[in-house]
Design a binder for this molecule. Structure first.
Ligand SMILES: [Fe+2]
Length: 326
């Protein structure tokens, strides 16, 4: 019997790369980081929004698509699910289908948001959402007909969307979520943000990993999921399929199944990577192998590397760990 092994696919999108378009609203731009239009990853899309100082971005409601926004830089407010919240760098805003979302920048400078849509939303299909005006791409006016075709609703339309079809909305503070200390050389901790354990989402999961200065994640791969890694704080490096490169804030790295990868803190402050696993499959491993962490507590010294961890990761959770991960 022979087994077909999946083709190894990966992609790195550095800051500033991707089709950028100006929204109709003053002071708001979007840059498409990951789209099925030019990538083999079809399940999700990533778009970075830049909201100028004092500007407001009304990102409307979607009929069939959930969105998650991770604040890379800035402070401000978000109105989602009919409630207003303060947000800052590291906040995560989840906006299920049928709900409007609006961001207001209260920051001296540009607010940057990395938005994931599941499945890919209209904001990630450049020739649907925007027109090349010669001097750059500009969002189409969202007329009633364009909205209908793209599945976008403005507030009065969203108010009529059936309650039973709406997704959930929530906002998580930077240090919120089930959190686990990691053993050396991965000194720091992993925090689960969106998982089947705390939300209605069960076909992908999201979390963050903080690496202290000098810390690194050991090289590994995943047999049963694709991973999207986004550098969200500090300075790091990433190695994907043997090629090492800088991993500055806002970089998106898509690591397909079977592709070996690792990343490290290259700076003198904490380095944080946000990750999306598609499908789920890492959050259970965290619970089983991690040391529970309470936000604010000092890191316990000499966290033991559980001898069982490597075996569990490989045999139960489909990790590939060169050398066995003992
Ligand atoms: Fe990984």
């Amino acid at each position: 019997m022979s087994h077909r092994v999946a083709e190894k696919i990966s992609r790195i999108v550095p800051p500033g790369e991707g089709i950028r378009y100006r929204l109709q609203q003053a002071g708001v731009h979007a840059t498409i980081k990951l789209s099925p239009d030019d990538s083999p990853f079809t399940h999700l899309a990533l778009v970075e929004y830049e909201i100028a100082q004092s500007a407001t971005a009304d990102l409307h409601a979607y009929k069939a698509i959930d969105r998650a926004y991770y604040c890379l830089e800035g402070t401000g407010t978000v109105v989602v699910g009919g409630k207003e919240y303060n947000i800052e760098a590291g906040s995560l805003v989840f906006c299920g289908r049928g709900w409007t979302v609006e961001f207001r920048n209260r920051f001296k400078g540009t607010m940057r948001l990395m938005a994931g849509s599941f499945p890919p939303g209209p904001e990630a299909r450049h020739d649907n959402i925007a027109v090349d005006e010669g001097t750059g791409w500009v969002q189409r006016p969202l007329t009633a007909e364009v909205r209908r075709l793209l599945g976008i609703m403005v507030a009065p339309e969203a108010a009529d969307f059936p309650v039973g079809l709406r997704g959930e909305t929530f906002v998580m503070a930077p240090d919120e979520g089930e959190s686990y200390w990691q053993a050396s050389p991965t000194d720091g901790y992993v925090t689960a943000k969106v998982t089947p354990f705390n939300s209605s989402i069960y076909h992908y999961s999201m979390g963050t990993q903080l690496l202290e200065p000098g810390a690194r994640v050991r090289e590994h791969g995943h047999k049963q999921l694709d991973e999207v890694l986004i550098a969200v704080k500090g300075t790091g490096t990433i190695r994907v399929d043997g090629v090492e490169q800088p991993f500055p804030l806002g970089t998106v790295a898509v690591v397909g199944r079977y592709v070996l990868h690792c990343f490290a803190n290259a700076g003198s402050d904490d380095f944080v990577v946000a990750g999306i696993a598609n499908p789920i499959g890492i959050e259970g491993a965290l619970r089983e192998t991690g040391v529970p962490r309470v936000p604010g507590e000092a890191r316990p010294k000499n966290i033991p590397r559980n001898a069982e961890t490597g075996r569990l990761l490989i045999e139960k959770y489909g990790f590939i760990i060169p050398g066995g991960g003992g």
